[in-house]
Design a protein around this ligand. Structure first.
Ligand SMILES: Cc1cc2nc3c(=O)[nH]c(=O)nc-3n(C[C@H](O)[C@H](O)[C@H](O)COP(=O)(O)OP(=O)(O)OC[C@H]3O[C@@H](n4cnc5c(N)ncnc54)[C@H](O)[C@@H]3O)c2cc1C
Ligand code: FES
Length: 259
């Protein structure tokens, strides 16, 4: 059932990303997503980038096409429809976690990183973006990270290159209980490759087209899984065996297309 909520706060995070805050009382776990309906437009899945009880929840939207653009153009007082939260979540255990975020994928990771920090875990962060201005939640994550390292594709801040280059040295420098990652699938598959020799479990949050979000329509199929119900967070063991991981996704028409 969809609830109409009022946008209470709009925060321009980066040139391409905007956070919308709204009151929506349903409890949510770190990594879960909601379906967001823009009146007069479509409904899209969005990770909760703020999920705490007692404060407004939030989504952080990157402009991709018409619905996401519409969302980033909303003003305080505008209404959107929310249903959910849906899906599973990042694990709630582990004493030392490495969080690897690429672009808008960091939206799903920030609440998980904060939750881990709040229960006393050490959280280190590798944060990547195309350019310095697009580094999402750098200051928010710096407040809780034991070690925060940054990369940009154009070298405007931190390591010049992909965030995956930071992961190997960080993994080699300490014993991690888990790696949590969200971003382009090629990035997540490289993170898994770096963690494998060290036997560190990796949990990656996946994106696929979603329509029902309640395990009915098959739009979000990924091998034997439905991302809306079995995910969005999958283990490296689940993802490694999938022919589609890092290679194919489904279009809105259900066709298999390259990621
Ligand atoms: C679990 C999950 C969490 C997500 N979290 C975020 C987030 O925190 N921030 C964010 O900016 N984006 C997130 N997305 C992606 C987002 O749902 C849309 O893909 C994106 O906003 C583009 O939608 P559009 O209609 O503007 O673009 P369009 O131009 O219509 O589509 C661009 C591409 O977006 C994808 N897309 C469009 N509609 C959907 C849909 N209903 N479901 C999934 N993919 C779709 C398709 O791959 C399409 O090729 C998430 C997706 C999933 C599945
Ligand atoms: S979106 Fe319908 S089954 Fe997952």
């Amino acid at each position: 059932m969809r609830t109409l909520v009022r946008v209470e706060e709009v925060v321009r995070e980066t040139p391409s990303m905007v956070t919308l805050r709204f009151s929506y009382p349903a409890p949510a776990l770190p990594g879960q997503f909601v379906m967001v309906w823009v009146p007069g437009d479509d409904e899209v899945p969005m990770s909760l980038s703020y999920r705490e009880d007692g404060s407004p929840k939030g989504i952080t939207v990157k402009v991709m096409g018409s619905t996401s653009r519409h969302l980033t153009e909303l003003k305080v007082g505008d209404r959107i429809g929310i249903r959910g939260p849906y899906g599973n979540h990042f694990p709630l255990d582990g004493n030392r976690v490495l969080v690897v975020g690429g672009g808008s994928g960091t939206a799903a990771l920030a609440p998980a990183a904060e939750a881990a920090h709040a229960r006393g875990a050490r959280v280190d962060v590798a944060l990547g973006a195309v350019t310095a201005a697009e580094l999402l939640f750098r200051d928010r994550l710096r407040r809780i990270a034991g070690d925060l390292q940054v990369s940009t594709d154009d070298g405007s801040e931190g390591h010049h290159g992909f965030v995956t280059a930071l992961v190997g040295p960080m993994l080699a420098s300490a014993r991690y209980d888990a790696v949590w990652t969200c971003g382009p699938e090629i990035m997540m598959s490289k993170v898994m490759a770096a963690a494998k020799p060290l036997s560190v479990p990796v949990f990656g949050s996946m994106e696929r087209i979603m329509k029902c979000a309640i395990n009915l329509c098959d739009a979000c199929s990924l091998g034997p899984y439905h991302v809306c119900a079995d995910g969005p967070v999958f283990t490296h063991v689940q993802l490694e065996g999938l022919e589609d991981f890092g290679r194919y996704k489904r279009s809105m028409a259900g066709l298999r297309i390259p990621v």
